[in-house]
Unconditional design. Structure first.
Length: 160
């Protein structure tokens, strides 16, 4: 028995400026059960406040690549820690300045991935999620349970 393919329609939008962003999000909002995956581009970074505001205004759940999109009012970000990435760049510069040949430079992947959820955006009425604890959990298991509950709460509030 073969599983059926999910009925997901991807609608790409080429974003060039604020007017195009506004038009794209308003057209997405006309379709039911939509959502946005925002990629890291100079135009999306420059207009992150507009993206977050329009997504909230039209109740469009959106996931962003970096923490600063959530700090601008976005719902969820999932991506690498930019501070760690820049620290890794400093290590590469050190190796280059010490004369290491380019072929001997190590290839590195990010070691820290962040999931950041904006609780105020998750519940527009300000009620917050079931778990309001701001401090970090003392065990990984507790953190994973809290994150799972927050994600479930955020998704339910957008699809009501």
């Amino acid at each position: 028995m073969q599983a059926s393919a999910p009925a997901v329609q991807v609608i790409p939008a080429v974003l060039r400026n604020a007017a195009v962003i506004t038009d794209a999000i308003e057209s997405f909002a006309r379709e039911p059960n939509g959502g946005m995956i925002v990629h890291s581009q100079p135009v999306t970074t420059a207009h992150r406040h507009l993206l977050a505001a329009l997504a909230a205004q039209h109740a469009q759940p959106a996931i962003y690549p970096y923490r600063f999109f959530v700090e601008a009012g976005g719902l969820i970000s999932y991506g690498t820690d930019l501070v760690e990435r820049w620290r890794n760049v400093a290590g590469y510069v050190d190796l280059i300045l010490r004369g290491t040949p380019p072929a001997d430079l190590p290839v590195q992947s990010p070691t820290r991935i962040e999931l950041v959820i904006n609780l105020k955006a998750a519940r527009p009425d300000g009620a917050g999620a079931a778990h309001r604890r701001r401090r970090r959990g003392d065990r990984m298991r507790r953190r994973l349970i809290v994150m799972r509950d927050i994600v479930i709460s955020a998704c339910r509030s957008f699809f009501r």
